[in-house]
Design a protein around this ligand. Structure first.
Ligand SMILES: Cc1cc2nc3c(=O)[nH]c(=O)nc-3n(C[C@H](O)[C@H](O)[C@H](O)COP(=O)(O)O)c2cc1C
Length: 350
């Protein structure tokens, strides 16, 4: 581990990548975290290390990547740091390129003294984000009747399907993921809640782009990233693309081989791979990158467009380029239009 020999540039360009979790030995305020990250960034930059640090409810999750020698140096300091304990390495490997290239150290935090989005929204007047906590609770309680009637009421008030998806349903999925990360619910509650949300989202499917692209004859394979259990994004996108006239196939492959077999059989114009909308699957990124590389190799010539989605991409913690995709959906909203443009472009140039 991290023994991969190399100069500070990383011999042969190899990048070591380490993800760990730990427990905070104190309750950091947002400014404590900012200060920690400020110093860390300076040091990381000096040895070519990039990555991200997540703090949530007394827990840290950090991914670091860089030349093996540089990473080893940083890691030996972090390991000794008394500000955290119960350090557990979740993954470590060597990759050919970085996932978090743009960030010396990206900080995600939910430290207690930071204004929450809910407070921000309230000070500007009522917004859909005000309903996120209630929707989250209803979904986690499996109360599909109240969930559906809440959405119907908002729809009757005049909120568009697009606004409901982007500003209520997707944030609710993320809030549910946060509840799970904070041990406020079990994995089974999360899975059931996401299915509830999916059914509710189905009912508010957006139609605003449908007319425009209804004549589209493009085809797409919508798949969860191999091994991913959450399928909310895939299901919502299926509604949207079907409305827009696409030929849609869905797949929930357990392995790259299953995905590739389906790609070969279907030969679609595009494929979309989704990670969880609820949880930030940081350590699934390296695997997704490999899946995409395999798909490109195996795909028929006309498959050129590969898109990706999920919480990591919507929060901009990862980019399309970081996993070798053509497009990373920040939301399902607008994805049909962008995918159609990409397929069209590829047809014209290819
Ligand atoms: C959760 C956590 C994450 C940290 N991440 C980094 C980091 O990415 N880079 C860094 O230089 N220091 C990081 N630090 C701080 C180091 O542990 C250490 O305090 C700092 O590098 C100074 O080390 P030194 O006293 O050996 O010079 C982190 C500390 C904690 C508690």
């Amino acid at each position: 581990m991290l023994q991969h020999s190399g100069s500070t540039q990383g011999q042969d360009g190899w990048i070591a990548c380490l993800t760990y979790k730990s427990k905070a030995a104190f309750t950091p305020s947002h400014s404590d975290l900012e200060e920690l990250v400020h110093h860390a960034r300076i040091r990381n930059r000096s040895v070519g290390v990039t990555g991200m640090l997540l703090y949530e409810n007394g827990k840290f999750l950090q991914t670091l990547e860089g030349p093996p020698e540089g990473l080893k140096l940083i890691w030996s300091a972090i390991r000794e740091d008394k500000r955290h304990s119960h350090i557990e390495i979740l993954s470590e490997h060597v990759v050919s390129s970085r996932l978090f290239s743009d960030w010396d150290l990206l900080l995600y935090s939910r430290a207690e003294d930071r204004p929450t989005p809910r407070q921000d929204a309230r000070s500007e007047g009522r917004d859909l984000s005000d309903y996120v906590p209630r929707m989250t609770r209803l979904a986690l309680e499996g109360d599909d009747t109240r969930l559906a009637s809440q959405l119907a009421a908002l729809s009757e008030e005049g909120w568009s399907g697009e606004a409901l998806l982007a500003r209520l349903i997707e944030p609710t999925a993320r809030a549910m993921g946060d509840a799970w990360l904070a041990d406020e619910c079990g994995e089974i509650d999360l899975t059931i809640g996401l299915s509830m949300l999916q059914l509710a989202a189905h009912a508010v499917r957006s139609s605003s782009h449908a007319g425009m692209l209804r004549t589209s004859r493009f085809s797409i394979l919508l798949a969860t990233a191999p091994g991913e259990a959450h399928m909310l994004g895939t299901a919502i996108l299926a509604d949207q693309l079907t409305d827009a006239g696409w030929r849609v196939e869905m797949a929930f492959p357990r392995s790259d081989t299953e995905l590739i077999n389906q790609l070969r059989a279907q030969a679609p114009d595009a494929v979309d791979l989704t990670l969880s909308d609820a949880l930030p699957r940081h350590h699934a990124l390296a695997r997704l990158r490999e899946t995409i590389a395999q798909s490109r190799k195996a795909a028929p010539e006309n498959l050129a467009v590969i898109s990706v989605g999920g919480r990591l991409f919507s929060e901009a913690a990862a980019t399309a380029a970081s996993v070798g995709a053509d497009y990373a959906r920040p939301s399902v909203i607008g994805a049909t239009v962008r995918l159609a443009q990409l397929v069209q472009q590829r047809r014209e140039t290819g």
